[in-house]
Ligand binder design. Structure first.
Ligand code: HAM
Length: 445
């Protein structure tokens, strides 16, 4: 029996693993420029954290959670998203009292949703996200949105579509919900069973219904913009004006309400289509949340945040050719010639690593040709060949695998010799596309 991964989950290795790691590094470096610090809440939380946090009317909570009773009969859930868990962590650790506000937190890790698997949609996927907690104004919302865009620009994306909307404060949403209930009640007979429940729980959720006929009906529904309070409208236009001043393009999408219940005021999504036209869905989703910290037992603090879908970002970035040459390989591949030198070579390899160079060796006596092939497949910059004769003379043969030139080096001056050999490659690396500052400068121009 050969086991396959559980449906909707996938193994990360090779090129995809390298790509995801690179994306995570670029995102972390970007948000650290904005003074964010990492947090890592557990994968498992008591179910209530999500049912109260993400909201009992959301599809995520109603249908998609991996929830089970643990051996102590407690209902626990594998996180379907991070926001509720991060806020729970801020409240249980009283970070709002011990740290300066606003708290600026970022995270990266797996999340789980029992969804129908398809392109860009998995049951275990990875999110990179941020939460800024304890600040509540248009500038704060704008900074968060700008940071999401900047993170994707840093990766090299050129064409992004930022969709943005305001779902207003509590008063705005209350009157909007009434208007939606009235509108959808007249069409309910034609709508799916789920929408019958949605109208009872939260009619806003009907706007996310995936059934084609229901979507047609939803097109004629009242728009939130006509129900925004004066304060919400003012705040929304302030946010837009800050984003606009930075030259970031956006599209107001008045049907965007987002599928989680904690949102208020501004909400947004970022979409990108791959080079060959493939649509992986939204790369990023987020928004402001006014009541979540209090809902989870904390003080009355607002927050704003977003999460990127790592697999989706990877899919589009790969198609766009933004992830080339990520495998920089190793610095040295040490080739022992003959059984009798294996012990000494083993020690030399450890010494090379302790000098800070990446290094590998076959750990067994293999044929020279096969060892060179291994060195190439590992993208080693140099091969270091050591036989008994070399050991007796305290030297090694150093072969540059790109220029194919070879010279003898002195093993008693190992650090100096290897530093000298690697120096031209390090200069080359400095000019490569990993330079984040350069990416920002280019974008500004
Ligand atoms: P979300 O829109 O549910 O928001 O998810 C954010 C992103 O995660 C999506 O835009 C998508 O890229 C990715 N994603 C979601 N579900 C899947 C899936 N099944 N497979 C692959 N990727 C997926 C949130 O989770 C909020 N917590 C974001 C947030 C943070 N809002 C405020 N702070």
């Amino acid at each position: 029996m050969i086991y396959q991964p559980v449906k909707g989950t996938h193994d990360l290795f090779g090129e995809e693993m390298e790509g995801m790691r690179y994306i995570r590094d670029v995102f972390s470096a970007t948000v650290e420029l904005y003074s964010y610090r990492q947090i890592m809440p557990p994968v498992l939380e008591y179910t209530e954290v999500f049912s109260r946090g993400a909201g009992s009317s959301s599809d995520v909570v109603r249908k998609e959670m991996y929830t089970f009773l643990d051996k102590g009969d407690r209902s626990v859930t594998m996180r379907p998203e991070f926001t509720a868990g991060v806020v729970r962590s801020v409240v249980s650790n009283k970070l709002y009292a011990t740290e300066d506000l606003p708290l600026k937190l970022y995270y990266c890790g797996p999340a789980f949703r029992y969804e129908r698997p398809q392109l860009g949609r998995y049951r275990q996927f990875h999110q990179f996200g941020v939460e800024e907690i304890g600040a509540d104004n248009a500038r704060c919302d704008a900074e968060c949105i700008i940071m999401a865009m900047q993170s994707l620009y840093m990766l090299g994306f050129q064409k992004l579509s930022l969709k943005i909307n305001s779902i207003g404060d509590d008063d705005s949403r209350r009157s909007y919900r009434d208007a939606l209930t009235k509108y959808f009640s007249a069409h309910l007979d034609e709508m799916c069973d789920d929408c019958h429940e949605r109208i009872r729980l939260n009619p806003l959720r009907i706007l996310d219904c995936k059934v084609a006929h229901d979507q047609e009906i939803a097109k004629g529904a009242p728009k939130i913009k006509d129900y925004l309070s004066e304060a919400s409208e003012k705040r929304f236009y302030e946010t837009l004006s800050i984003i606009n001043d930075l030259g970031i393009e956006y599209e107001i999408d008045d049907s965007l309400v987002r599928g989680l219940d904690y949102y208020s005021e501004v909400v947004f999504e970022i979409h990108a289509i791959g080079a060959n036209g493939t649509d992986y869905g939204a790369l990023c989703g987020g928004g402001h949340y006014g009541g979540l910290v209090k809902e989870l037992g904390g003080p009355d603090l607002a927050g704003v945040g977003y999460a990127m879908g790592m697999e989706r970002v990877y899919g589009v970035a790969k198609e766009d050719g933004l992830l080339k040459d990520l495998d920089h390989g190793i610095d040295f591949y040490v080739i022992p010639v003959g059984e009798e030198v294996l012990d000494d070579v083993f020690n030399i390899v450890e010494e090379i690593r302790s000098l800070g160079f990446s290094c590998d060796t076959p750990l067994a006596n293999v044929k020279l040709g096969s060892a060179f092939k291994k060195a190439e497949r590992r993208h080693a910059k140099f091969a270091l060949i050591i036989g008994q004769d070399e050991l007796d003379r305290g030297v090694a043969q150093l072969k540059d695998l790109s220029t194919k030139t070879q010279k003898e080096i002195d093993l008693t001056k190992l650090e100096e010799e290897l530093d000298h050999a690697i120096a031209p490659y390090e200069e080359e690396d400095d000019g490569c596309h990993h330079d984040h500052h350069e990416a920002v400068e280019e974008k500004k121009e």
